[in-house]
Ligand binder design. Structure first.
Ligand code: PLP
Length: 363
């Protein structure tokens, strides 16, 4: 049986007619940017998160860098972030001229709250908590630290749509929650898309102005902004996704539950869910000391896997200028050498799940 690491086509075909009807409706409407689909999606997504405001943007990276820009974070400022995140989180910081200050992750692959305080200096302006792989970070402690030191709190929710801590949605704890709707995310568009979630109405207005060349009224530009708009077609298709999100999340939780229950191999370390947190399983990430041999073994059985992520940002060529070498962040680096994401997608059949379970157990 051939099993790919991800199957985005399955998520489309399950709701094919609804997606196609919506696409035609938007195409035939004659209005393609900043119209009623975006407005409705923003309202519906904000209400999904439990209130506040949502502003649609062009991508998750835009949500991140524009968030720091709008919050006034720039050259000379430091932002605390976990070392094992996707590089886009770090780019969101450095695109503003600010510096990332890396903290080692905890055993749930998220920012370790116990290691934040020692990194705070007088230049620290914000904490960026990335809810990696779809599991909420320890937001009670992280929020308390942000408050204690007067820091802005930004959440990277590109992998955590719908994941909660203490019953509260990720993306609603800090000043800004940043979302990506890249096709492979838990709520995925059919192209690029992103959004920010905020509770402050004035802040929401700042994002609306920034995304549209810094103008509130056409051709009256208040600030130097950007062109970062979620388009009508993606917003319309995302509204269809949102209607089925609960069902899709439950399906991922069922698949992960089965993996957790049935994968039994002393060589394979299963993920754990933090008390008080929920996981929406953007990825199901295991760890294995012989990771590369496991990949080859699974490949031999036609099972696709992905490493999220093989090179941590501090060791990437892009961030060579930060001057870190191997050994700077041992836990981050160990994870990069051991993590492996097993196939996990909506529409994964029970036979496919069984095949993956048997294969991993046979390693
Ligand atoms: C996908 C992702 C991003 C970037 O989102 P894009 O929409 O691809 O720009 C940022 N952070 C994390 C953790 C991601 O997984």
């Amino acid at each position: 049986m051939k099993i790919l690491a991800n199957r985005m086509d399955r998520g489309f075909f399950r709701y094919q007619k609804e997606f196609e009807d919506k696409a035609l409706e938007v195409l035939r409407s004659g209005w393609y940017v900043l119209g009623k689909e975006v407005k409705s999606f923003e309202e519906e997504f904000a209400s999904y998160l439990g209130g506040g405001y949502c502003v649609g943007l062009a991508s998750g990276l835009d949500a991140l860098w524009i968030a720091f820009r709008v919050l006034g974070i720039g050259p000379g400022d430091e932002v605390i972030v976990q070392g094992n995140t996707y590089i886009a989180s770090v780019m969101g910081i450095t695109m503003n001229g600010a510096s990332p200050v890396f903290v080692e992750p905890d055993e749930y692959y998220n920012l370790d709250p116990a290691k934040i305080e020692e990194k705070i200096t007088e230049r620290t302006k914000a904490i960026l908590a990335v809810h990696l792989y779809g599991q909420a970070s320890k937001m009670d402690e992280i929020s308390a630290l942000a408050k204690k030191y007067g820091l802005k709190l930004v959440e990277d929710c590109a992998q955590s749509h719908g994941a909660c801590f203490g019953g509260q949605m990720t993306g609603t704890f800090g000043d800004v929650g940043c979302f990506s709707f890249y096709p492979s995310k838990n709520i995925g568009a059919f192209g690029d898309g992103g959004a920010v979630a905020v509770r402050d109405e004035k802040l929401a207005e700042d994002f609306r102005i920034f995304r549209n060349y810094g103008s509130e009224k056409r051709y009256y530009n208040k600030i130097v902004g950007a062109n970062s708009r979620l388009d009508e077609l993606q917003a319309g298709l995302l509204r269809v996704r949102l209607l089925h999100t609960e069902e899709c999340q439950q399906e991922r939780i069922r698949i992960a539950g089965r993996y957790l229950q049935e994968i039994r191999n002393p060589k394979v370390i299963l993920p754990k869910v933090r008390e008080g947190a929920t996981a929406v399983w953007h990825q199901f990430v295991v760890r294995c000391e012989e990771r590369d041999r496991l990949i080859e073994y699974l490949n031999g059985k036609e099972i696709g896997t992905i490493i999220h992520y093989p090179i941590p940002p501090h060791l990437s060529e892009a961030y060579g200028y930060l001057g870190y070498g191997r050994g700077s962040f041992p836990i981050t680096e160990q994870y990069a050498q051991q993590v492996l994401s097993l196939p996990m997608y909506n529409g994964m059949t029970e036979e496919e799940q069984q095949y993956v379970i048997d294969a991993v157990n046979g390693f």
